[in-house]
Design a binder for this molecule. Sequence first.
Ligand SMILES: NC(=O)c1ccc[n+]([C@@H]2O[C@H](COP(=O)([O-])OP(=O)(O)OC[C@H]3O[C@@H](n4cnc5c(N)ncnc54)[C@H](O)[C@@H]3O)[C@@H](O)[C@H]2O)c1
Length: 355
Amino acid sequence: MKILKAAVIGVGGISHEHITAYQKNPNVELYAFCDINEERLYQKAEKYGVAKERCFTDKDEMLAALPEIDIVSVTTWNSAHAECTIAALNAGKDVICEKPMAMNAEEARRMKEAADKNGRLLQIGFVRRYGNDCKVVKDFIDAGSFGDIYYAKATYLRRNGNPGGWFGDKSRSGGGPLIDLGVHVIDLVRYLLGKPQPVSVYGATFQKLYNRPTVKSQKGYTAADAKQNDICDVEDLASAMIRFNNGAVLSIEASFSLNIKKPEGDIQLFGTKAGCKLDPQVEIYTEMNDYMVNVAFDDDTALSFDGLFSNEINHFVDCVLNGTECIAPAQDGIDMMRILDAVYESARTGHEVIL
Ligand SMILES: NC(=O)c1ccc[n+]([C@@H]2O[C@H](COP(=O)([O-])OP(=O)(O)OC[C@H]3O[C@@H](n4cnc5c(N)ncnc54)[C@H](O)[C@@H]3O)[C@@H](O)[C@H]2O)c1
């Protein structure tokens, strides 16, 4: 079988997951790196054993110099996703681009157009679709155990968790916790619900606590380039109600900074036959013989990060090599960006946005 040559554009924090997943895949050769930060570029090249002559600070130079590259991971900050992805697609590569797909739906549409025009795959990094918890819940949904799922709640709340660096800089991130964290849980719910289309959105965002620069407690996650006086012009809390074309409604909350006791991440689905909660373990709530019963699993169903990104990258490689249907295609990224755009628009105007 052909061995795919993989390039990674943007070798910061999350690229580690793509890189090590490529290294573990027998059908892939980790081949080239690109990053505008030269120091980081060569440090990562040494760490992961990529030859110096296959390291570039400019994506276009890399794509021109190494036409043998087959696949590309785009793991830059959000504002560079569109330009890097489109350049790689136009150079004839298949691409996996990290979430969020882009800064907005308009950019996302242009990325898909480039994929279609060049007949290449564009997969979006909706990594939670590959989680063990997702699989368990999806098995029950597919078997009809939940009946009609008509309401869902998803939260991804940090107390002191603005990572700084580009995450707080709207010109590079496109927004705060909604586009960074909310995207994961909105996508997971939408995927579990069978990818219904959004029809209306009501959203609110708040910028009250900023990035808590004077708070002494450790942040959970700090950007590689974070500094004390980083710009912070993104929301610190977002909340939204999203209505889908199958009648289901999702309520979502995401924060970087919030006066909450401890960070919270949770997804709950409510159906006519049963409901469930995904965190910390999957539990199902239903009726049996006219009693309310709670179903727990014998197996550990907590989301495991062990192998999560490998599952995603292996799927990407399988799609490219074998033509397997992609479970996270570009259209899903566009649909997500339409939702996120609508939340920000609704928050700006104070009114519901009809999609
Ligand atoms: N799937 C997940 O769970 C997950 C987790 C973290 C981050 N992410 C996503 O991954 C992306 C990167 O996040 P990160 O935490 O690794 O950030 P990071 O700052 O650690 O890394 C980003 C890198 O991209 C480089 N870069 C920026 N513009 C570039 C360009 N035009 N060409 C080449 N390199 C460029 C930067 O120099 C930096 O090294 C973001 O889109 C983020 O939302 C996803």
